[in-house]
Design a binder for this molecule. Structure first.
Ligand code: 5GP
Ligand code: ZN
Length: 117
């Protein structure tokens, strides 16, 4: 189910180090290596390599709930819920997706502009 040439699958298998801030049976959360906000955590499914959010099928719906639930927990832990935060899935080139293993960005700790750049 995991992929030998995927960066995030390697992080899951602990072949590449990451600053892990959340882990349960299904989801891994770790600090982004190039943070775009004071809180910038990436949440990924641990048991399946899914390339992009547009590949999500009905049987994957539970994974999306698990990603959001993990992000909410870390948002609470960082006290950024009341001020607000942003959750982002980038899909393909126009959104700037660089790693093709789905990941939910949790961004917080500063004010974000809208529309996004
Ligand atoms: P994307 O643009 O694909 O939505 O986001 C990929 C994110 O992964 C970027 O924010 C980038 O900084 C982060 N990233 C890329 N390589 C690594 C890595 O080796 N470790 C960690 N922790 N983050 C990474
Ligand atoms: Zn992967």
């Amino acid at each position: 189910m995991l992929c030998s040439d995927c960066l995030f699958c390697k992080i899951i298998q602990k072949k590449i180090p990451a600053d892990i801030v959340y882990e349960d049976d299904n989801i891994l959360g770790f600090n982004d290596i190039n943070p775009q906000a004071p809180v910038h955590v990436l949440f990924i499914p641990k048991n399946r390599h899914i390339e992009k959010i547009s590949d999500i099928k009905k049987e994957d719906h539970e994974i999306i709930g698990q990603l959001v639930s993990a992000a909410n927990k870390i948002a609470k832990k960082n006290n950024i819920v009341d001020d607000g935060f942003r959750l982002v899935f980038n899909c393909n080139k126009n959104a700037g997706q660089a790693v093709f293993h789905i990941h939910l960005h949790l961004l917080g700790g500063r004010i974000f502009s809208w529309p996004p750049g």
